[in-house]
Design a protein around this ligand. Structure first.
Ligand code: GAR
Length: 201
């Protein structure tokens, strides 16, 4: 059975796009489809991408709710309402609620723009990661897809790929190289997870 993906994104959504493309004509074709895109940011380009692809989308803003729990409960209800099998965090910059993790145990994936466990944790996202990599004079960085647990960036690693970091690189140079790799490995990691889920049916 084709797996339904729900993608959470706070911004640009280029990883969302690579996932959609791979379900349309790439390695996820016939295996998965994106049925729902949720953003906490009303200006996220990810929402526009969903609209263009005729995928259901929803904006759920934290400020509309009294606490984290009720905010996350609405996201969970949306995911369940669309019968989402796998939740993909793609540039989603909030901690995922405990109930979502519990209900989707081992079925929530995240992509991180570094080689975890290095350069992970709270506050380590986007350009902050690449700035830290350059500052500490790393010669390699990369991307990691991992299962999400209750903490930031600590769940089981599904896939990693390295990129070179050169001596005169600026953070945005590393970011571009890493992002290109992200677009390749996220669909590959989703395929691995689907294979695992099908084995354990
Ligand atoms: C990606 O580089 C992703 O790895 C990163 O945000 C960017 C989102 O780009 N995520 C994190 O830093 C999470 N800790 P996108 O919106 O174009 O996919």
């Amino acid at each position: 059975m084709i797996k339904c993906l729900g993608v959470l994104s706070s911004g640009e959504g280029s990883n969302l796009q690579s996932i959609i493309d791979s379900t349309n004509g790439g390695i996820l074709k016939g295996l998965a489809k994106v049925v729902l895109v949720i953003s906490n940011n009303p200006n996220a380009y990810a929402l526009k991408r969903a609209e263009k692809e005729s995928i259901k989308f929803a904006c759920v803003e934290r400020k509309s709710f009294k606490d984290e729990e009720s905010f996350n409960d609405v996201i969970l209800t949306e995911l369940q309402g669309m019968k989402v099998d796998i939740v993909c965090l793609a540039g989603y910059l909030r901690l995922v609620g405990q109930r979502i993790i519990r209900d989707y145990r081992n079925k929530v994936l995240n992509i991180h723009p570094a080689l975890l466990p290095k350069f992970g944790g709270k506050g380590m996202y986007g350009c902050h990661v690449h700035a830290a990599v350059v500052k500490s004079r790393e010669t390699v960085s990369g991307a990691t897809v991992h299962l999400v647990d209750e903490n930031y960036d600590t769940g089981k690693i599904i896939m990693q790929r390295e990129v070179r970091v050169f001596e005169n690189d600026m953070p945005q140079d590393v970011a571009g190289r890493v992002l290109a790799v992200e677009h390749k490995i996220y669909p590959e990691a989703i395929k691995i997870l689907i294979g695992d889920l099908n084995k354990n049916l």
